[in-house]
Design a binder for this molecule. Structure first.
Ligand code: F6R
Length: 606
């Protein structure tokens, strides 16, 4: 979602702003812009589409100044146009914004009555107009921002630059994260630490309702009650190569291939060398847990759906799984001792965060599984279980998904032990299969190379179905999502047994059907469903292990052989071909793999 950067520098700031915006590209955007203040005057450049368009514009129309703000916009209110691109300027104020001002129509009426005329269709412009309105009444920049905040409903990260103020940026957040970076005589603010990484590794995070007044020599922060606040400055691991493709064509490809190593890292934190569940040193006990609620969005939701099968199968604990955007408005009853687990790569997804707060209000136990330990979801949970995936840049989640699954499986296994539902032999069998995840994923990566050829043909399809049963059903959903988001081919997933209740009507020789069917306890059932498809001329792409392929016989359109693995870890292993199928199909179609159209990495609006 929208990326924000602000710099009070010691040199020309335009190239620094554009460079930082490049590092925020992964969040998804449709236009970009920067503003500076120079000789007291505000000026800006904005361009539609990719950042290269902004860079080109700056070659022809340079922007001078050592203080500036920048923005990558993911349109919410008003279509992507240069006019609607940020920064917005109203009178003496320029602003960049991530989030949504929900009451902007109402504010607009008041502002129009004061003589303001909007020049854009955005909600954000009301913010710059409001602050300018208070400035023109003689208020200081800080007081103007304070007054403005009392009027705003919604979620926002905001960063202001003021005419006549070359040593001042004001930043504030409610809902959308902002990080402050401390440099050598320079100060930075950004949507996340990634934006600031090459400039500084000394970062502090603003908390809900904070207002930060930045100058080159000082940062003063006040909290939501206007009391002075101290936000710890931490040194983060910045290693700039974390933001490089390291020879891969796309971040998504790099992240797919990183899975053996990040999962090994993940296992190190959750399982000891001697095969004991250590849960990252966190003391968690499931013995009195009677019910679990899992809440997430998108890919993380499919990780939760897989975990439902694990918790119910291994620990015999009933699990409810919900999409966060539905959960939060359904106002479901939540018993005070419910264990609610929120899964989120970014830790900032607005709906997941709102669902968390809803449960917290009901005094539930709040755990989270995140990839960003400083994120809002991690910080607002009673317990956060990090997934150790390392930064994920590709918009389509890959390594975070398999790391989420690994943590959730470990939790399910711990729950099974605490509830006395599993004997030592079975537990060790599963733990040792988990220890083999990195090597099995390596094998799966090799097998999946063959998918490249299949993908060239899939790229011509207009509709593709994914089928799976049991633990492979959520993965079928994930496979369809991955394909949709980066190749733009319509894909749907069904539980294999559900096909004949309607969707089988879609089958003909033009619809490829991807079936993920390891030789597990449900294999024969899946195979019957596959036969039903083939009897109707459906083209089956069978992804299965050698034994399953042999038992299944002939007649498939294509077959991809996977390594044999323990049934319980099959969703993690079969995630690899699902991801690669999407990746190679997108490559064949020539789409923008790392920044697919209309998508944002961190969805901080509802
Ligand atoms: C799909 C994808 C999204 C995210 C979803 C939740 O590839 O990445 O569906 O999984 O937006 O994001 P997080 O996990 O950050 O809460």
């Amino acid at each position: 979602m929208c990326g924000i950067i602000g710099v009070l520098g010691t040199h020309e700031v335009a190239p620094v702003l554009v460079d930082a915006l490049k590092r925020l590209e992964y969040r998804g955007y449709d236009s970009a812009g920067i503003a500076t203040v120079h000789n007291g005057k505000l000026d800006r450049r904005r361009a539609l589409g990719k950042l290269i368009n902004l860079s080109d514009l700056l070659v022809h129309e340079p922007l001078i100044g050592k203080s500036g703000i920048g923005h990558t916009r993911w349109a919410t209110h008003g279509e992507p146009t240069v006019k609607n691109a940020h920064p917005h300027i109203s009178g003496r104020v320029s602003v960049v914004h991530n989030g949504i001002i929900e009451n902007f129509q109402e504010l607009l009426k008041e502002l129009k009555a004061c003589g303001y005329a909007p020049t854009t269709q955005t909600d954000t412009e009301t913010v710059s107009m409001l602050v300018d309105h208070y400035l023109s009444q003689g208020e200081t920049p800080l007081q103007s921002v304070r007054n403005c905040l009392t009027k705003l409903n919604g979620a926002f990260g905001l960063c202001f630059l003021f005419e006549g103020e070359e040593d001042l940026i004001i930043a504030t957040r409610k809902g959308s994260p902002l990080a402050i970076g401390y440099g050598d005589g320079e100060i930075y603010v950004g949507s996340d630490a990634i934006a600031l990484a090459p400039m500084t590794d000394r970062i502090s995070y603003l908390e809900e309702g904070d207002i930060a007044v930045l100058s080159r020599s000082q940062v003063s922060i006040e909290d939501k009650d206007s009391s002075p606040a101290n936000r710890e400055i931490r040194t983060i691991r910045s290693g700039s190569n974390r933001f490089e493709k390291d020879g891969y064509t796309h971040f998504m490809e790099k992240e797919i291939y990183e899975q053996p190593s990040v999962i090994a890292q993940n296992l190190k934190h959750y399982i000891s060398d001697t095969g004991q569940i250590t849960l990252n040193g966190i003391n968690l006990d499931f013995s009195s847990i009677e019910r679990i609620t899992l809440v997430a969005c998108g890919t993380a939701f499919y990780a939760c759906l897989t975990a439902k099968y694990w918790f119910e199968k291994l620990a015999r604990i009933p699990v409810d799984v919900d999409v966060a955007s539905e959960f939060r408005y359904r106002t479901p009853p939540v018993a005070a001792n419910t264990l609610a687990i929120f899964v989120s790569q970014s830790g900032e997804t607005a709906d997941t965060l709102a669902a968390l707060r809803y449960c917290k209000d009901k005094a539930a136990h709040i755990w989270s599984v995140t990839n960003v330990t400083e994120s809002s979801i991690a910080r607002e949970s009673d317990v956060d279980l990090p997934i150790y995936a390392g930064i994920e840049i590709g918009v389509a989640s890959t390594k975070a998904f398999t790391c989420q699954l690994t943590v959730l499986l470990t939790l399910a296994l711990k729950a099974a032990s605490d509830q006395n539902q599993i004997n030592d032999h079975k537990r060790h069998e599963i733990l040792s299969s988990m220890q083999s995840l990195p090597s099995l994923i390596n094998l799966a990566l090799n097998c999946s190379e063959n998918l490249r050829f299949v993908a060239n043909e899939l790229a011509h399809a207009t509709d593709i179905l994914f089928l799976g049963r049991g633990l492979l059903f959520p993965l079928a959903l994930e496979g369809a999502l991955k394909l949709k988001e980066i190749s733009y081919i319509h894909a749907e997933a069904y539980a294999a047994g559900e096909l004949k209740h309607g969707p089988i009507a879609l089958i003909d020789e033009t619809v490829p059907v991807v079936v993920m069917a390891p030789q597990d306890s449900l294999f024969d059932k899946t195979l019957s469903n596959v036969q039903e498809v083939m009897a109707r001329k459906g083209r089956i792409l069978m992804i299965a292990d050698a034994k399953a392929l042999k038992d299944a016989g002939q007649g498939f359109w294509k077959a991809i052989e996977m390594p044999h693995c323990h049934e319980i870890i099959s969703p993690i292993i079969y995630a690899i071909p699902a991801q690669m199928l999407a990746y190679y199909t997108a490559l064949a179609k020539g789409t923008d793999v790392d920044q697919p159209r209309n998508l944002a990495k961190s969805v901080t609006v509802e």
